[in-house]
Design a binder for this molecule. Sequence first.
Ligand code: HEM
Length: 557
Amino acid sequence: IFGFGGGREDIWHPEEDVYWGSESEWLGKSRYEDHNSESLENPLAAVQMGLIYVNPEGVDGNPDPLKTAQDVRTTFKRMAMNDEETVALTAGGHTVGKAHGNGDASKLGPEPEGAPIDDQGFGWKNPAGKGNAEDTVSSGLEGAWTTTPDRWNHTYFHLLLNYEWELKKSPAGAWQWEPVNIKEEDKPFDAHIPGVRQNPIMTDADMAMKMDPEYRKISERFYKDPAYFEEVFARAWFKLTHRDLGPRSRYLGPEVPKEELIWQDPVPTVDYSLSEAEIDEIKTKLLNCGLSPAELINTAWDSARTFRCSDYRGGANGARIRLAPQKDWEGNEPKRLQKVLEKISEVRSGLSKKVSMADLIVLGGSAAIEKAAEKAGITVRVPFLPGRGDATQEMTDAESFEVLEPLHDGYRNWLKKQYSVQPEELLLDKTQLLGLTAPEMTVLIGGMRVLGTNHGGTKHGVFTEREGALTNDFFVNLTDMRYSWQPVSENLYNIVDRTSGTTKWTATRVDLVFGSNSILRAYAEFYAQDDNKEKFVNDFVKAWVKVMNADRFDKNI
Ligand code: HEM
């Protein structure tokens, strides 16, 4: 065991706001653009709705270990696992336990939520034999992978590499691989019947560990060097079970390993503090450095929006927006970003304290928002929590950051391309990942539109004559019955004056959903009220600061 960190939370309800895929049927599969594994819709990792990884019988149920290898590689890469970690985890995982398919899967009762009340939530009731133990049916494959499936040993690679394997059907009718002419002493003990041995099995994914040339090299190395296999497995297992705990500062308990690992996205600590007066002085410098308020706000937003509360990765801390791969992401508008970073660096070099770029990027956004509120006639102070560090490229696992690339951002009214999922649904997913509520989403969208922060400077949803002032105009005009909303193309609408017939503004689905969805409309009407102008600004600032500080686990906020 490499170590243990506590700190996971229990939840008590299904996560209905998580995007699991657009399919509405179990084992549905409409997440590929074409037939290759890499076209799997990002950020999904499982190949089919309802599976954890890949289909154990082969791609679409057709055994072919070389094809399955490609699916496994894509799936595990999305979990930030490289080839070596993938082989170690699959082999190590399948060293213990067994697959269950000793019966007829079609005889199983309905799933737990669909089962009658007297099933008491157990579901998939099995009417055959004992209904459990040797009669269990789950995946439908049947058998163990190793000679002693009740304990850790190294027989997985011995069996996989030293025997020929042929395709067979399990008693439940699933494809599985079984060895040709296996010696009696190599056969696994039956899990339930003393003195009986059974054939071992391999899933198509296990066979990939032998047939794929890259996986095979690793399998052979592990077979020859069991100590090395154990070391890689222990580390990969620790990664698998801790990767969604976030930065090391969130780990609890005495068994947390001392070693800092690159997949923990380390960020150096800073040794300065800033007084309110110093913060004000820096804000003035940032506002006068030649950048527009929208440029400052966009950069702060882009640096923070990568945060996802599913695994606590991303966020403004570390200022990884300066580094590959983030600096080149289309969503970050690389040219604008480059310019903004250069200007902020200049401000930085003129400061007496070595304030981090991460802090300055966030502070630039705060300063610009305060100015924009002032333009709307409201004085507000955007709370700022200094102490972010700047990561280096060496501290950054660039490849594993690729999956954090924003492919859409409703907050900046942007889609990289048209997806099968509607833009407003993608906005919900982003909102959930940022840990925001529906009212927070509403107030942020309304504010960001009038601040002119759309990607590429488009004007969709900018329902105001006073762009750059933090007014509630977005909501006022969205809910104004003077206008009608006319579709132009799939994700574009004209906002037309009912009397004159002239087009006043343009909008996307993300803008219009705040008028069409009854719950969101209620929030929009609330913020449109004349007597809520100040509340709108204050709520905007609160939601904004929540995003900026989403990854400040070092501060326990
Ligand atoms: C490469 C992709 C993988 C595939 C296709 C796969 C497939 C399967 C299947 C079909 C079963 C049998 C389930 C049942 O019938 O009860 C199973 C069981 C199991 N898997 Fe995997 N698996 C994969 C990777 C992993 C990984 C990465 C781990 C852990 C590190 C793991 C650990 C286990 C364990 C411990 C069992 C036995 C469960 C039991 O005894 O009830 N598997 N796997």
